[in-house]
Design a protein around this ligand. Structure first.
Ligand SMILES: [Zn+2]
Length: 69
C-alpha cells in the first residue's frame, strides 16, 4: 500500500480544503415515475424504476421522502 512519505502541513491541508466550495454541484435528473431527484443513469432509490421500467419490484414510492429532499 502506498504511504505518504511526509506529513502534510496544516497550511497545505487548508489550501486543498479552500477549493472544496468551488466544486460544481452534481448533475441531477428527475425520476420519470415518482419525480425524485437522482443522478443520471441510476435506478431510482425511491421507487426502483429506471428508463420507465420497474427494476426493483415491490419498492413503494415514499411520498414523505420525495417531499423532504
Ligand atoms: Zn422514482
Amino acid at each position: 500500500m502506498a504511504v505518504p512519505k511526509k506529513r502534510m502541513s496544516n497550511s497545505k491541508t487548508a489550501m486543498r480544503r479552500a477549493q472544496w466550495d468551488k466544486m460544481p454541484a452534481p448533475t441531477l435528473s428527475t425520476c420519470k415515475n415518482c419525480g425524485e431527484a437522482l443522478r443520471p443513469h441510476r435506478i431510482c432509490g425511491n421507487c426502483g424504476h429506471y428508463a420507465g421500467k420497474e427494476i426493483i419490484a415491490g419498492l413503494q414510492p415514499d411520498a414523505a421522502a420525495s417531499s423532504e429532499s
